[in-house]
Structures are given as C-alpha cells and as structure tokens.
Design a protein around this ligand. Structure first.
Ligand SMILES: Cc1cc2nc3c(=O)[nH]c(=O)nc-3n(C[C@H](O)[C@H](O)[C@H](O)COP(=O)(O)OP(=O)(O)OC[C@H]3O[C@@H](n4cnc5c(N)ncnc54)[C@H](O)[C@@H]3O)c2cc1C
Length: 470
C-alpha cells in the first residue's frame, strides 16, 4: 500500500493530528493497536476523575457534623456501585473515539505498526509506504517484572477501573500525580491505603515550601512511606509492602511507578537517527520532527509533556508540519500547566522553581489555611507561591496546593501567557468572598519585592489610556 500520510496511534495525539492531515489530503491511513477508546477516555483522565468525584463526595461526610447536618455515621461508599458508575461514565466517554474506524472505513486499520525505515512501515505483515509518518503510540504503565508474580493482586490504572469490587487494604506504590490522586480517592472511599515512593516527593511537586504544606495534608488520610524503594513479599495471601519507615499488609497493590513511552518495538532504530539509551530520538518540541525526516513523534510517546492538552497540541503541530511543502520552524508551545486532582489540588504553571534561577526572581506566597472563603467551606489548607522577574514584575511561574487550584492555575497561566506583570494582575477586580482573594494575597506579597510595582493595586488612569478617565 502507498499513501501520502500514515498516523500510528488513535489516541488524543493521533486523532488531533488526523484533523490537520485531513486539511491537506484524503490519502491517509490511521493505524491503531488495541482499543480505539483513547487512554484518556478509557483508563486515564476521565475514569480517574469520576472515581475522585465520588470519593470527594463521600469524604464530605466528615464535615457534616460541623455544618449541623446529622446522620453522617450512616454514610458509606458502596464500592461496586462507585466502580459501576465509573465504567458507565467511561463507556460514554469512549463512544466518540470508538466510532472512528467506522467513520474512516478502509482508512482505519486495526493492527500494530512497526517502522521498517524512513517512509516504510509494517502493519499486520503488510508493508505501507508513506511520504509522511506521524507516530503517536502513547505510553503504558510501568510494571516491574518481579511484581507480575503476584498475579491479579497487582493492579495498574489499566485494570483498576475494571474491578467489580476492591479489597479493604490497598498499597499504592508511586506517589506521583496518578498515585496520589488514586491513593487519596481510595482512602476517601473508606479503604485502608498506604502510599510508598522511592523518593521523598509527592505529586511531582518541585517547590519545597509547597511540598512541606502538602505532605501533612495527605499524611492525615494515607500512611506514607517515602524515600526508600518498596519491596513486596507474599505473606499467606496478603502482600507485605516494606518501604521507608515501615511496612503495610495489603490485599492488592496499585503500581503507579510511572508510564513508559510505547517506543520499544516501534522500529525507531531503522531511521538512522541518533537514539539515547532509552531508544528515544531527540525531538524539537516546536516541530516534533525526528531528525530532518518527514516523521513526527508526538503525545506521551515522546515523554516531553505527557498530558492530554499537550498531546492534542502535538497532534496539531505534527499534522501541520507534515503537510507537503510545510515550512517554518514550528509552532510556539503554550505555558506549561499541570494539575493534580488531589485534595487540596496541586498545580504548577510555567517552569518549576528549580529551573528559574533564584537570583533574578522575587517570590510571594499565600497561606490558604487562613483563607476566609475556604474556611467557610472547611477546605482551608495549603499554600500558593508565585514567582516574578525582580526587575519588571513580569509573572513567570506559580506552584500551589490549595483548594480549587485547577481554576487559580488557569488564571495564572492566562496571566503568564499574556506576559502580564504582577501590577497588571493586581489591577484586575477581585470579588469577595472568593478563593481568588488568596491569589491576590500572594500577588501583593510578590509586589513588595518589585520596585516598579507601585504602591497601589489600581492602575494609574493615564497608564490605562482610557478616555473616560483622562
Ligand atoms: C490514570 C491516568 C490519569 C490521567 N489524568 C490526566 C489528567 O487528569 N489530565 C491530563 O492532562 N492527562 C492525564 N493523563 C495523561 C493523558 O491521559 C495522556 O497524556 C494522553 O491520553 C496521551 O495521549 P496519546 O495520544 O499520546 O496516547 P494514547 O491515548 O495512549 O494513544 C496511543 C494509541 O496508540 C496505540 N498504539 C501503541 N503502539 C502502537 C503501534 N505500534 N501501532 C499502532 N498503534 C499503537 C495504543 O494502543 C493507543 O490506542 C492521565 C493518564 C492516566 C493513565
């Protein structure tokens, strides 16, 4: 078979690339191995957030008495019913991508693609030749080999949501974003949960002040064993997990030790470009191009920013760069934004603090344990930190573990993307009583260290340039 463009992988990145490819040709094929539902909809973002929502609703029972609502002791999670709802919602989310093969007809091929060289692929034993190839094969959970001996008592996010019920004691190994989200959710549903990690971090937090605020909040709900590798041992039906500072007997273990790009059997070694020790070629985030070939590696598979909105952007970029005669040095990437759906939520906007270079920046913070609106809701906890250029006050980055961080982080990313200064942002209206007032507190704290920020939150009328104010 000879086609203009081949897309490998029908996940978020591949489907986003498809939209762009269709602008320049109908002569394409989309090859996908396994389920057509996408990782996000089938086993990722969507089922995990559905589980977390149920868990947070159940956890609310601990606040009832304080609110004057009685009867909380009778509230409990019916785990099979919770999981059934997760699957029901999931079945709805996967409907769109599952319909793709039918819509594309012969241009959709179910099978595993492997490169045979630049412009050539093997799919199900057939050869496909293509002018351009977009590789979007995603990633899969890492499962250390020896743990497989524990059989179906070892869960990953690929199998967790398929469970009809869950045992009482669950160890979660890996306290990154996914591990923290799921561990806390399971604990909030009433299970006995312990979290383990080889490093003393949580949820990918970079800023030590944010980590110091977050750790006790998580530790209040989950036993944490951080800073030493976890060892597993079969002890008469249970799995004893031993890690830093102690052990935990579990009925099941969720392995959340990371995800590995699906590039090991992709044939990248046939392309004649340098590969690192993990078999990964160097990829320019603006073009996603492999070397100077008309081949693109996108989404989770390139390990650059393994998040849904980034996978979609990378599909868009690759689809454009793959067009015949496409020129230019690529498309500009957005401000980095990541959110962990724990309670409180964790979010980072812009580069991590450790990459900012402490000398030219000024930082400000807000303690959300005293935030008035959050106290009303009994969610007051955590800290929000903002970093700006010392000289100009231009906002650079923020990291936080606070209630509604998902929204505050979007506000911060809007400001950073628009190259706003701390003074620009303080000139915005802040309603009362809202969580955003906490954000304003951090901005005012930053402003203290910025010479050009001025003494007032309000802009000078002339500086705004508004006729009515002249
Ligand atoms: C539990 C969990 C929670 C998450 N939560 C969030 C979140 O809240 N927010 C967020 O932004 N991100 C989240 N993510 C990450 C997000 O889901 C991924 O970044 C995104 O789905 C990656 O999309 P993709 O297109 O790169 O890969 P995928 O959607 O995995 O698509 C890759 C496709 O390629 C196929 N394939 C693989 N190899 C081949 C081959 N050789 N030939 C043909 N086909 C192949 C695969 O079978 C798959 O269908 C979460 C992930 C998980 C696991």
């Amino acid at each position: 078979m000879k086609v203009d463009t081949v897309i490998v992988g029908a996940g978020t990145a591949g489907l986003s690339a498809l939209r762009e490819v269709r602008r320049y040709t109908d002569d394409f094929v989309l090859v996908n191995d396994g389920h057509w539902g996408t990782t996000c909809a089938a086993v990722g973002c969507m089922p995990s957030k559905t589980l977390i929502e149920a868990a947070n609703a159940c956890h609310r029972r601990h606040d009832f008495d304080e609110f004057g609502i009685r009867g909380a002791e009778a509230v409990r999670a019916d785990i099979p019913a919770v999981l059934a709802r997760v699957r029901k919602m999931r079945d709805g989310f996967v409907k769109g991508p599952e319909a793709v093969p039918e819509k594309l007809g012969e241009r959709a091929i179910s099978g595993r693609a492997r490169l045979l060289g630049p412009g050539r692929l093997d799919v199900n034993g057939d050869q496909i030749e293509a002018r351009a190839i977009i590789l979007a094969p995603g990633s899969r959970p890492v499962l250390p080999g020896p743990w497989r001996a524990f059989g179906d008592r070892i869960l990953t996010t690929d199998s967790l949501f398929e469970q009809v019920d869950l045992p009482r004691r669950i160890a979660v190994i890996g306290m990154g974003a996914i591990g923290v989200e799921i561990a806390q959710a399971l604990a909030r549903l009433g299970l006995d949960v312990a979290g383990f990690d080889a490093v003393a971090g949580l949820a990918g937090i970079d800023d030590n002040e944010v980590l110091a605020a977050f750790r006790p909040l998580i530790e209040a709900e989950i036993a944490l064993h951080l800073g030493g590798p976890a060892e597993l041992e079969d002890v008469g039906g249970a799995i004893r997990v031993t890690g830093a500072g102690g052990s935990f007997e579990a009925d099941a273990v969720l392995a959340a030790v990371g995800r590995q790009p699906n590039i090991d059997d992709l044939g990248l070694d046939t392309l004649g470009v340098p590969l690192d020790d993990k078999g990964m070629p160097e990829i320019d985030p603006a073009t996603l191009r492999v070397g100077d070939l008309p081949i693109f590696l996108i989404g989770d598979a390139n390990g650059y920013r393994p998040l849904l909105h980034e996978a979609a952007d990378e599909g868009h970029i690759a689809g454009r760069m793959a067009a015949p005669g496409a020129t230019g040095t690529g498309l500009c990437r957005r401000t980095a934004l990541s959110i962990v759906f724990s309670s409180p939520q964790v979010a980072r906007v812009g580069p991590p603090l450790s990459e900012l270079g402490a000398t030219q920046i000024v930082s400000g913070s807000a303690d959300f344990s005293k935030q008035a609106r959050a106290r009303i809701a009994r969610t007051a906890a955590g800290v929000l930190r903002i970093h700006a250029e010392r000289e100009t006050g231009r906002l650079l980055a923020a990291e936080m573990c606070v209630p509604a961080a998902e929204h505050l982080a979007h506000l911060m990313s809007l400001a950073i993307e628009a190259r706003m200064t701390v003074a620009d942002m303080l000139a915005m209206p802040f309603y009362h009583p809202v969580l955003e007032e906490g954000l304003r507190g951090a901005l005012r704290d930053v402003a203290k260290g910025v010479a050009s920020a001025g003494g007032s939150d309000l802009s000078d009328c002339k500086a705004i340039g508004h006729d009515a104010l002249d």
